[in-house]
Design a protein around this ligand. Sequence first.
Ligand code: FMN
Length: 409
Amino acid sequence: MPEKRILSKNCGQIDPQNIDTYLAAGGFNAWQKALNEMTPAQVVDEVKVSKLRGRGGAGFPCGLKWELTAKEKADEKFLICNADEGEVGAFKDRYLLQNDPFVLVEGIAIAAHAIGAQKCYIYLRQEYHYLLDCLNNALDQARQRGFLENLQIDVHEGAGAYICGEESALMDSIEGKRGEARYRPPFPPSKGLWGQPTIINNVETLANIPHIILNGSQWYQGLGTAESKGTKLFSVSGDVARPGVYEMVLGSSLEELVVDICGAERIKMVQVGGSTGGVIPGSMISTPLAYETVLGSGAVMVFDESRQVLDFVHRTMVFLADESCGKCTPCREGTEAMLEILGRLAHGDGRQEDMQALDELSETMMLASLCGLGQAAAVPVLDTLKYFRDEYETRIQQSVFLRSMRGRL
Ligand SMILES: Cc1cc2nc3c(=O)[nH]c(=O)nc-3n(C[C@H](O)[C@H](O)[C@H](O)COP(=O)(O)O)c2cc1C
C-alpha cells in the first residue's frame, strides 16, 4: 500500500509562516464546525466513536481521556500538547511542527473547547528551539484571526531529558520541578498540572482532530484495522535508501514501509517504536503496523545484516540507563545492571548465567517500575533474546573459550 497523506497533506504545500495559505487549504473549517454546529459533548463523542488512539506511544483511546476530563468539575482545566519527541529515531512530530503548525493549533483549539480547558501548553523539545518562532508565529496569526478567543496557549521549552516526555514528569517539568515520574493514581484527567484536570496529547494525536471533526468518525473508522484506526506518521531511519517521514494507513505492513517505500535491503531486524520499542526480525517483515502487533511512537529503525544484535541492545541500554530519572529503584538499578551485563556480553566477556539474569531483571523491571521507561526498557532485550538467541549464545561461548585460552597462557 502506498502512502496516504491526510495528516501531512499540507506539508510542503502551504507556507508554515502564513495562515492564509492554511485557510485556503480548508484550515479552521473543522474549528468553525466544532464551535458553531456541535456542543462540546458532541465533539468528545465524535472523537470517541472515531476510535482515535494516542500517537505518543501508549495508544490510549483519545476520546475516553477527553470524556474523563470533560466530566470533571473544576475552576481550571489544562490541555498540554506533548511535543517533547525525545524518543530515539523519532522525528515525525517535528515534521508537522515545521511544515504545518496550524493544524496543531486548530487541533488544540478544538480539544480545549471540547474539554473546557482555558489554558494550554505546547511542551516543545529543547532541541527544537529553532521551531519556537515558527510556532509562536502560527499562534499569533491564529489569535489575530480570532481563532483563539478566551484561550491562552503558551509554548514551554522542554528540559532536554527523555523522561520529560513521559506525561507525569512533563507536568513536573512545567511546574518548575525536576522531571520525575509521578505515582499514579491520580491520573491527569482528574489531577494533573497543578492538581487540576489535565489532558495530555501528542502532536500527531491533536493533528488528527480537525480531520475527524470535518469528515466524521464514520469516515475515520473506515481507515485501518479493528483496533487501529486512521493513518500514522512514521519516521524511518537506519539502513534504508530513503529515510524520512511517511504516512501510512494503520495495518499496512512493515515491508511496505521499509522495503517498498524506503528501499531497505538485507534486513536483519527493525526496531519499531523507539528505544523501548519491539524488535522485528527480517523474517517477519510482513508484520502489520498496528496497535494489535507493534507500533509505539512511530520511530522505525532498520538494521541490515552488517549489524550486531549485541551492539544494538547495549547501545540502547546506554541511552535508557542514562535517561532513567532515578526515582524508582527497579528502573534506576535495573537499567544499570542490564547495562553492565550487556556491556560484558557485547565486549566479549559474557557468562553462561547472563541470559537468565537478563530474563529475571526484565520481569522485575516490567512489574515494578513507576513509568513506561522502566516498564519497557527490557523490550528490546527480550525480543532479541527471543529472535537472536544464537547470537547471545555464540558470544558467550566465544567469551568462555577466550577466557580459558587466557588461563592457559
Ligand atoms: C520515557 C517516556 C517518554 C515519552 N516521551 C513522549 C514524547 O516525547 N512525546 C509524546 O507524545 N509522548 C511521550 N510519551 C508518552 C506520554 O507519557 C503520554 O502517553 C502521551 O503524551 C499521551 O498522549 P497521546 O495519548 O496523545 O499519545 C513518553 C512516555 C515515556 C514513558
